[in-house]
Design a protein around this ligand. Structure first.
Ligand code: NAD
Length: 331
């Protein structure tokens, strides 16, 4: 998988992930020359300073143009290690080995890497396609139920935007999936990866098609920003965002009531997200405008028009947006 002339490998990981699963990586690397670099993890550390620190360590430990990075961790490690690889010596290869469900079905696929600025999430980054993405569902055995559910919301997203069969599978097998039945989880992961890969390969640099992957993210990012990235996991914010988007699609007359109900029920079947008490709908609406996906000051919403299909539109009624947020906050 790695080109034969690849030099020293740098495994970038979090201490806790390495403690749990590092031995599996060590076994598969065998006698290859590699160094393990630790990154503290967490959104607060997903910053340029960490990239600089990792790059300095790579130079000190013999990193050069022929080196490669193995990103071994959740989405935060995938983003930071991927970005480090993208800029180290103007770019070296990266192998993504995601260890959370969210990273396996989303963050590690598609080549987006980056870090946060004080001004907002993922505002500095680069497209840097990995050499390969290695997904081992066994790594998820140690993931908390809450983190698993956060990833499953992204799987629901994949079904809603592009695959009615996957959606129906998720709607009817929540018990097995939440119980981590290997066959059910395998199907959920492989279908989501296929969908993301199809969309991204048709539209690598986020034109119109890739935008459908942002279903739930416009409202979700606003919720994360409004709560200082401290109250909700990313997947939970996406679940809130999908609920708001479904209500907006219903208010706009784009989605049939029955389809809307099915999507809301499916999200609910995967568990409630933490309390939304005290969050102001107007503040969320205000945050939408500063989302980096805003085009010329107009917010583009990804709205389902039936299960398995979406439309992208900026042409919505502002009062409907506020009502949809209010309903989702009270949902
Ligand atoms: P994360 O990387 O913080 O991981 C969540 C938690 O799980 C961490 O505490 C981590 O230590 C722990 N963990 C990781 N693997 C584990 C395992 N196997 N067992 C037990 N614990 C484990 O968060 P995440 O949800 O994986 O990723 C979120 C990040 O991904 C966000 O920063 C988001 O912006 C980014 N993201 C990027 C893209 C993209 O296209 N680049 C897409 C979606 C999300």
């Amino acid at each position: 998988m790695l080109p034969s002339k690849t030099g020293k490998l740098f495994v970038i990981t979090e201490p806790s992930v390495w403690h749990l699963h590092g031995s599996a990586v060590q076994r598969s690397l065998g006698s290859r020359e590699y160094e393990v670099l630790f990154f503290r993890g967490g959104e607060v550390n997903k910053r340029l300073a960490s990239v600089e620190e990792l790059a300095e360590q790579m130079v000190c430990r013999g990193g050069e143009r022929s080196s490669a990075v193995i990103a071994f961790g959740g989405g935060i490690v995938n983003d930071v290690a991927g970005f480090t690889a993208a800029v180290f010596m103007r770019g070296i290869p990266v192998l993504q080995v995601p260890t959370t469900l969210l990273a396996q079905v989303d963050a590690a696929i598609g080549g987006k890497t980056g870090v946060n600025l004080a001004a907002g999430k993922n505002l500095v980054g680069s497209f840097h396609q990995p050499l390969a993405v290695l997904i081992d569902p066994d790594l998820l055995s140690t993931l908390s139920d809450r983190e698993l559910r956060a990833g499953l919301y992204e799987v629901i997203k994949a079904g809603v935007i592009r695959d009615a069969d996957l959606f129906q599978f998720l709607a009817h097998h929540s018990t097995e999936i939440l119980a981590r039945d290997p066959a059910a989880l395998d199907r959920a992961i492989s279908d989501s990866v296929r969908i993301k890969a199809e969309v991204v390969s048709a539209d690598e640099k986020e034109g119109d098609l890739r935008r459908i992957l942002n279903f739930g993210h416009t409202f979700g990012h606003a919720l994360e920003a409004e709560t200082a990235y401290a109250r909700f996991l990313h997947g939970e914010a996406v679940a809130f965002g999908m609920i708001a988007a479904v209500h907006l699609a219903l208010l706009e007359g784009l989605l049939a009531e029955g389809d809307g109900r099915q999507i809301l029920d499916c999200i609910a079947a995967y568990g409630r997200i933490p309390s939304l008490a005290g969050i102001d709908a107007r503040a969320i609406a205000q945050r939408l405008v500063s989302d980096k996906k805003t085009v010329h000051g107009r917010v583009h919403f990804v709205l389902p028009n039936r299960i398995g299909s979406t439309v992208v539109t900026a042409d919505v009624d502002g009062a409907h947006v506020l009502r949809a947020i209010g309903t989702a906050l009270g949902a």
